[in-house]
Design a protein around this ligand. Structure first.
Ligand code: AHR
Length: 505
């Protein structure tokens, strides 16, 4: 992002609210769009873990919880309202243990060795996943098993899903589905430098090429995604991409980026009740996404054999906190205003790189890490992150516009981040949508939007009294979007807030 010095230090007294410290003047360049924000940038990730999908998405047809074909109705309706573009399944680390035959026909009960040894009934399998995606109108992103599977297992699975004729198509038909499904994206392996086998980049590149050579579907081929590095590490991806055959066998490579308050996997920090130091450190870590993406794209330039369409897939990202107690299901965590701000900052960065980022998948959809939805038996609550996804919907498929501004600093101790983040895009209908984020935990900031040439702006704001405000089963509406409008051109942003506005004539 080009940041020109346009900030005018200004004190504005707002009626009935705190003092605004500085004004950030935004300049937009509608004539030079960055690229289309692929709807898939708003993708989801559904891995089999302690409390997902069982009980939270999948309850089975015989459940007392209202459901349609085993998928609970309340969760489905909430997900449907997000216009989910794509879902990655079945993992993550779990995918390298997943035996697809356990999840079709007569189901096999196994333990989920990737995640705490919980019982895995396999009642949510291939049919249930593809039917869910079809009902949601979402594309499918299948992660095939490289760790404990074989190229033949993978090839057979793809044939079972997509064949129109032959024994596997017949078997699928006898299990209740005549028409083939479409696999839009295919990941071959997951975190192969870690839970996916601890294998070298060289060895993985060979395995990838072998699997990819036989991973054929009937009809249109899915886009094939290499499992790449994590965080600032680019060496692994760089080495994999140096393999002689890989460029012709892949359409993209993934990167995983998690934001931990402390940066320490042994003591990550709490999901709620955290100090301001952990507010700013979490946002600081989330903002690394900017450099991670820029470095990956720069690394692509070193590999001239990659096609024009080769892209970056941030297929796991989000916050990761310590579990609340020993009884907390694997990777279940509360979700606060901090998560909402992390989501909004991440989207603003993805928009900035709309020309290279083809898909992202927040980790994860329900009850896991930075989830959209939390469930407890029959109860369901929408998280602040859910609301950000819903508010940002106009950005899906819009043309990202370059914006220039000089954000004021927000400093605590030795950590400084920009207090304000701005993103803008032109929707396919020709409307201008603008997202504003105030990352500052204490101070209001104002943003001058006069360069948009609009008569005013209307939209919604997500904010709350406390940085760890969240929605609970007792108080599900503590953090919900509220109407917000700007008469004229100056938007006043309360501390820890996310605002999405449409420009008016
Ligand atoms: O999202 C949870 C886990 O995080 C995934 O299974 C794995 O790929 C990553 O380490």
């Amino acid at each position: 992002m080009i940041r020109t010095v346009l900030t005018a230090a200004l004190l504005v007294a707002l009626p009935g609210c705190a003092t605004v410290e500085a004004q950030t003047r935004v300049t937009v360049d509608p004539a030079s769009p960055i690229g289309t924000i692929e709807p898939e940038v708003y993708g989801q990730f559904l891995e089999h873990l302690g409390a997902q999908p069982y009980g939270s998405i999948w309850v089975g047809e015989d459940s007392d919880i209202p459901n349609t074909d085993g998928i609970r109705d309340d969760v489905f309706a909430a997900l449907d309202a997000l216009d989910i573009p794509v879902i990655r399944w079945p993992g993550g680390c779990y995918s390298d243990r997943y035996q697809w035959r356990d999840g079709i026909g007569e189901r096999a009960v196994r333990t989920n060795a990737a995640w705490g040894g919980t019982l895995e009934p396999n009642t949510f399998g291939t049919h249930e996943f593809f039917n869910l995606a079809e009902r949601l109108g979402a594309k499918t992103y299948l992660n095939i098993n490289l760790g404990t599977g074989t190229p033949k297992d993978a090839a057979d699975w793809l044939e079972y899903i997509t064949a129109t004729k032959g024994d596997r198509a017949e078997e699928r038909r006898s299990n209740g589905r005549g028409e083939p499904w479409t696999i839009d994206y295919l990941a071959i392996g997951n975190e192969t430098w870690g839970c996916g086998g601890h294998i070298t980049a060289d060895y993985y590149a060979d395995m990838y090429s072998l699997y990819a050579s036989f991973a054929k579907t009937e009809g249109e081929q899915p886009k094939r995604i290499i499992s790449g590095s994590h965080d600032e590490n680019i060496e692994y991806s760089d080495e994999v991409l140096s393999h002689p055959y890989i460029a012709g066998l892949a359409e993209g490579i993934s990167v995983h980026v998690y934001s931990l308050p402390t940066g320490d996997w042994g003591a990550k920090g709490a999901a709620t009740g955290f100090p301001e130091e952990e507010w700013i450190s979490t946002l600081h870590r989330a903002l690394r996404m900017e450099d991670v993406i820029a470095d990956q794209i720069a690394m692509f330039d070193q590999h001239e054999d990659l096609g024009e369409e080769f892209g970056l897939y941030v297929d796991e990202w989000g916050t990761w906190y310590d579990p609340e107690s020993e009884d907390t299901p694997a990777l279940y965590q509360q979700n606060t205003m901090r998560d909402a701000v992390v989501a909004a900052l991440s989207f603003n960065i993805f928009h900035e790189h709309a020309d290279a980022v083809k898909m992202t998948n927040i980790a994860q959809m329900v009850n896991v890490l930075q989830a959209m939805i939390l469930t407890d038996g029959p109860d369901m609550v929408l998280t602040p992150t859910y609301h950000v996804f819903e508010m940002y919907k106009p950005f899906m498929g819009a043309a990202a516009l370059p914006v220039s501004y000089d954000a004021p600093d927000y400093t605590l101790g030795d950590v400084t981040i920009p207090a304000v983040s701005v993103s803008a895009a032109e929707t396919p209908e020709g409307e201008t949508v603008i997202a504003l984020v105030n990352s500052d935990a204490k101070t209001w900031h104002s943003v001058d939007l006069s360069s948009f040439g609009a008569g005013g702006f209307t939209g919604r704001i997500l904010t709350a009294d406390a940085m760890d405000a969240h929605n609970s089963f007792d108080d599900p509406d503590t953090v919900t979007p509220q109407p917000f409008s700007v008469d004229g051109s100056v938007a006043n942003l309360p501390p820890h807030s996310v605002i999405v506005l449409m420009a008016e004539e």
